[in-house]
Write a protein of this length. Sequence first.
Length: 216
Amino acid sequence: MSLVNATASRNSDKAYVINPNLNEGIVKPISLTSSESISAGSSSNETNSTSTNITTTPTSTAQKLNVVTSVSPITNIIKNIGGNKIDLTGLVPEGVNSHVFELVPSDVVKVNNADLVIIDGLGLETNIEDVAEEARSKYAQLQILKLGDNTITHDQWVFDFSFSKEDGDPNPHLWLNVAYAMKFANLTLDKLIEMDPQNAQYYSTNTERYLSLLRS
């Protein structure tokens, strides 16, 4: 399966994607509602995010995974899967272009304290990725999940006027394609179950509900 053709602006972080081979069209916008807000610093909504929201059950007193994410489309997917069984922090604030976003010291602390850092990869958040890799070298418990890198192979990369082949990084906005958004969800499910098996059924139920909404 080849990556969809995409048009994206590095300045606006907008991308519109249609895959004629998959018949899924454009993924519905995803945005966190005010009642589902995540840790600040971290208020997230990158332009053209994708939106479906899942009702979660009351939180338990058990210690939760500390999960740090990058841009809001990814933060939203993780929120839908992890629900209230994880402590979720999105690093890129609302309205900030992820391509020019710079970490501040408090963001580095959040990464250092994380159990899991989830990013897109594909050259989208290199500064966050670099900090996470450095933190992992110091803190053995830290794991990193790169959704985009685990969704497509190098021969599926797509370049365009905003992401030229000469610059080396492909268009990373995979979440706008339904099939890839579903892959992101399943990758997240697998990692959460691996790290928190006692809540496996909860994560699986959330994932099934989320995938059903994406299919509709």
